[in-house]
Design a binder for this molecule. Structure first.
Ligand SMILES: Nc1ncnc2c1ncn2[C@@H]1O[C@H](COP(=O)(O)OP(=O)(O)OP(=O)(O)O)[C@@H](O)[C@H]1O
Ligand SMILES: [Mg+2]
Length: 252
């Protein structure tokens, strides 16, 4: 029996632009389970990033409810939400948003400034993370001195530093070539095997098959889901084929 991490109850999100209402998420019911690596796919503009913002409490629903660990966060005050996010959630956004004036190491540590984490422990954690993603030798550089893949790995380390139970990643490999992307994906697989839960948006089959569950979004609604089981490298091709057939049936 899986434990529910996030549950939504008929959530809707609309944007008003120049007087025109755009209903982006429509009555969407979804459960995200603990220790799952959930992948969200769907065509461009289908509402994936919007959904990620709603699930993580970064943005408010227009109607409906979002429960994070059985707590309704729909009407939480911003301060309360910020604390929920800081204590439970890590983010890797679409487009990398590192702080340009901080070194790689400082960027990774930045989410801990407000947490009560033991500083000595923190030094070990940063060292471990830098080692794990192969950035140790770059720790004193600034973001502008790194490649796209190195920046993305820095963003991943930053999202992991507070040991969140749940990590949201929106197109984490979108801007990377295949070997840098593979590196980032291996990091995600390791995080998943470590028992942390991941929700990832991707357009890339190779990235998507890292997940154990794929949810397809079409026009703001769920249009099917696929159970893949936990990732095994030797099954990659088979998984990609299964996923490709699933996506093709949905006009992807
Ligand atoms: N802040 C906003 N204000 C107005 N419209 C928005 C806003 N954010 C998103 N939208 C609209 O909502 C729709 C869904 O956008 P969203 O970014 O969720 O798509 P997506 O599935 O993530 O696409 P992509 O794969 O290209 O990243 C789009 O039509 C977009 O223009
Ligand atoms: Mg998006």
């Amino acid at each position: 029996m899986k434990t529910c991490m996030i549950k939504t109850n008929k959530i809707c999100k609309s944007f008003v632009t120049d007087g025109e209402v755009n209903n982006v998420i429509k009555n969407l019911d979804l459960e995200i389970y603990k220790e799952d690596f959930t992948v969200i796919m769907g065509s461009s503009g289908s509402g994936k990033s919007t959904l990620m913002y709603l699930l993580s409490g970064m943005d408010k629903v227009t109607s409906g409810d979002v429960y994070l660990k059985e707590r309704n966060i729909t009407h939480c005050k911003e301060k309360e939400l910020a604390s929920v996010r800081r204590n439970h959630i890590g983010f890797v956004f679409q487009g990398i948003n590192l702080i340009p004036d901080l070194t790689i190491r400082e960027n990774i540590i930045s989410p801990t400034y407000k947490s009560k984490i033991n500083r000595r422990l923190l030094i070990h954690k940063v060292d471990d993370l830098l080692e794990q993603v192969g950035l140790k030798e770059h720790e004193n550089k600034f973001p502008s001195q790194l490649s796209g893949g190195q920046m993305q790995r820095t963003a991943i380390c930053r999202s992991l530093i507070n040991e969140p139970e749940l990590i949201f990643a929106d197109e984490p490999t979108g801007a990377l070539n295949s070997s840098a992307g593979e590196n980032v994906l291996d990091t995600f697989t390791a995080i998943h095997e470590n028992g942390q839960s991941i929700v990832m948006v991707t357009h890339d089959l190779k990235a998507a098959v890292r997940g154990n569950r794929v949810i397809f979004i079409k026009d703001g609604r769920i249009d099917g889901e696929l159970e893949l089981g936990n990732f095994q490298k030797e099954e990659s091709e088979e998984r990609e084929k299964t996923l490709f057939d699933f996506l093709k049936e949905r006009g992807w």
